[in-house]
Design a protein around this ligand. Sequence first.
Ligand code: ADP
Length: 226
Amino acid sequence: MLELRDIIAGYDRRTPVLRGVSLTLAPGEAVGLLGPSGCGKSTLARVAALLHRPDAGTVVLDGTPARGWRHRAPRAQRTAFGVLFQQPRLSADPRLRLADLIAEPLRATGRPAEVASRLDELAPLVGLGGDLLTRRPHEVSDGQLQRACLARALVLRPRWLICDEMTAMLDASTTAALVAVVETYRRETGAGVLAVGHDRTLLHRWCDRTVHWTDLAPAPANPGAA
Ligand code: ADP
């Protein structure tokens, strides 16, 4: 289970963006998170993926509370997540060829021996054929780069995938292809998926359940008071 309990988080302690938000994902479950721009969906996604340290509250990963964030998170917890963002160019080192971008997490975790076999498996899965793996980010389209970022997110076989507006920049056919890859991965591995977005139709089609931002806020302490 991935549990977020009573999370308070933001960028300024006096005015938190998340004010006591709770959300639970079961293994194998795809949960869509809908809400207007600026309400805090990305912040929540980053807290869930141990990328943003909350001011209060707990993230519990398969029964173990998270104690570190970003590079201070224990490796076993950090690598349990694959994360995809809206803008692949902001999360891709422009100097790396796509093959090296995809292999980055394997090299960073001391598993270079697996690079060739994982590239052979993942490149066709995400639709990166021909010479695309040898190109650098500026030589490919946003859709092709997002395909590489999806392969990178899957390369360590994460138990949880956090997709933050993963398809917002993409055309319909690339969107369908990438969602299909995530869905196949979820079915085959039992990974849980948190899909943040604003496209209600897509999230309803994709996810087992869709929660709206307003459903996550804590109930008022005294709802009867005017
Ligand atoms: P959403 O994903 O729903 O659009 P975000 O979580 O990105 O919302 O942002 C929630 C609020 O936090 C917004 O008001 C946004 O301006 C603010 N915010 C987001 N990132 C930062 C940051 N790095 N520094 C300061 N404020 C931020």
